[in-house]
Ligand binder design. Structure first.
Ligand SMILES: Cc1cc2nc3c(=O)[nH]c(=O)nc-3n(C[C@H](O)[C@H](O)[C@H](O)COP(=O)(O)OP(=O)(O)OC[C@H]3O[C@@H](n4cnc5c(N)ncnc54)[C@H](O)[C@@H]3O)c2cc1C
Length: 462
């Protein structure tokens, strides 16, 4: 790949739909019908006469939580970069979600604190807030309404190969019969526990290596009635994080978002050896460590009790440079990278993978070979998110090991400090945090110079 990662990322996050969409397949198959699988199916619908999604869950038309996605009861925010990508593939989806009750907030209604310090508001970013099941419901409705996409409720069990390429998918319906569908292209969207690496290895291909970084974070989420009268808490999203050190009871982040049906969804993230709150009393008490908006929100009537979830690690699978891998086979979403949930990147990352897939297929690749170009794109997207996500366990900030790393840490400190008062630096930071720009954009010397000047002026003034 000759382009720099910054340029590749910049192209991937563009929002225009592709102009050239060659039809390459008779049947394409997506394994897993959650966010990543649905968005991959949307892209494949441009390139295949028919697209079959194999998903083991019977999906509820009302958008309720489901067994195949146990994390969907926890607070889920979608980053602005992810909203851009959703709109790219499903134009008008934001409006549809708002029609279903999702809450869009203007920049001055969203507040974020880091280490207890209030950050500058984003100048032009409206956030979109709803529960994860509602988001998936809207995406699923749109994708399954495409005339060439259909879903089969079944459990994928294996692949078949012909001449070094995937040629069929085997699946089980209602736990009994095993069937096979002939396919020209397969996308693995089976999530972080995907069995695909076992399947390809058993068939004699290279197993994509799995990298894990322990996080050991606990999530606890509860929902509360959101009053709408004049005395109501402001309908703001409030995020607060303690990246340097967790609070005394292990609290590393609190997330407060207004969602459909006049509810607050409140998520608390507890680090390491600390126990997450399991009762309402413990949950409310932990909110005392957070800004007052949390206390006000959790003081209301409970609409859903506290539910816990433990995320043991961040993990990624690398597909670049595998010695022997089947052609016509790719992966998307958490099957590629399952990131630290605190940063809210997962669904946006899945949407970015859909754009990687589109870039690969619109390039009319040689389908007799493994999808090397796709894997290169995927690596750029994953590297951009993995760095911040994998180094983010609260309390585990390591001192820099060498001169270059220590320079980088110093520069990052300057940028962070300046972002508290300077809108240009804050915008650059947020563009990265919101997945609209590659982290490499923060290495711009002009930006660092500006940050140093801002910090010097602040020192002189104080
Ligand atoms: C606690 C927590 C909080 C999070 N918060 C956020 C957040 O705020 N924002 C955000 O963007 N992301 C968040 N995430 C991450 C987000 O949940 C995932 O990144 C996202 O769901 C990944 O989508 P996916 O489609 O790749 O996988 P999944 O959503 O895990 O779906 C995998 C699908 O594959 C199906 N499947 C699996 N095996 C088979 C099989 N053999 N046959 C057929 N179907 C199969 C499953 O039923 C399921 O539908 C959070 C994660 C956690 C754990």
């Amino acid at each position: 790949m000759t382009e720099s990662p910054v340029d590749v990322f910049d192209r991937l996050v563009q929002v225009r739909p592709p102009e050239h969409t060659p039809v390459l397949f008779d049947t394409a198959c997506v394994l897993g019908g959650s966010i990543a699988g649905l968005l991959a199916a949307r892209v494949l619908a441009d390139h295949s006469r028919r697209v079959v999604i194999i998903e083991r869950d019977r999906t509820d038309p009302q958008g309720l939580p489901r067994d195949g996605v146990p994390q969907d009861r926890q607070v889920h925010g979608i980053l602005p970069g992810g909203v851009d990508q959703l709109e790219r593939w499903l134009p008008g989806i934001t409006g549809e979600l708002k029609g279903l009750g999702a809450v869009s907030l203007a920049p001055d209604r969203s507040v974020m604190y880091i280490d207890g310090i209030e950050q500058l508001p984003s100048r032009d970013v409206h956030t979109l807030n709803c529960s994860r099941p509602l988001l998936e419901f809207a995406v699923r409705n749109r994708v399954l309404a495409l005339p060439n996409v259909r879903k089969v409720t079944a459990q994928a069990t294996a692949l078949e190969y012909d001449n070094g390429a995937v040629s069929a998918v085997r699946f089980v319906v209602d736990g009994v019969e095993e069937e096979a569908v002939r396919v020209d292209f397969v996308v693995d969207a089976m999530g972080r526990a995907s069995r695909l690496p076992d399947w390809v290895e058993q068939a004699g291909y290279s197993r994509p290596p799995l990298h894990r970084v322990p996080t050991g974070i606990h999530y606890a989420t509860a929902m509360f009635e959101r009053a709408t009268g004049p005395d109501a808490a402001p309908p703001a999203f409030t995020g607060t994080m303690f990246p340097a050190q967790p609070g005394p009871r292990g609290l590393t982040a609190g997330l407060l978002i207004p969602i459909e049906d006049n509810q607050w969804m409140v998520g608390l993230v507890v680090h390491g050896g600390h126990q997450p709150p399991r009762t309402l009393e413990e949950f409310r008490s932990l909110c005392d460590e957070l800004p007052p908006a949390f206390g006000k929100a959790v003081g209301g009537a409970v609409t859903r009790e506290v539910l816990n979830f433990r995320q043991a690690d961040n993990r990624r699978r690398d597909f670049v440079g595998l010695a022997h891998y089947p052609a016509r086979l790719v992966s998307v979403g958490d099957a590629v990278a399952s990131l630290n949930a605190t940063f809210g990147q997962g669904m946006s990352s899945a949407a970015l993978h859909a754009s990687c897939l589109s870039a690969y297929l619109t390039g009319e690749p040689d389908l007799g070979l493994p999808a090397a170009w796709y894997f290169d794109l995927l690596k750029v997207a994953t590297d951009a998110l993995w760095g911040p996500s994998a180094g983010s366990g609260a309390g585990d900030a390591e001192p820099a090991q060498d001169e270059e790393a220590s320079q980088q840490q110093w520069a990052m400190g300057q940028l962070m400090q300046a972002s508290l008062t300077d809108e240009t630096v804050a915008d650059a930071f947020k563009a990265v945090a919101y997945m609209r720009a590659h982290p490499g954009t923060l290495a711009d010397p002009a930006l660092l110079e500006r940050a140093i000047d801002v910090n010097k002026s602040a020192d002189t003034a104080s």
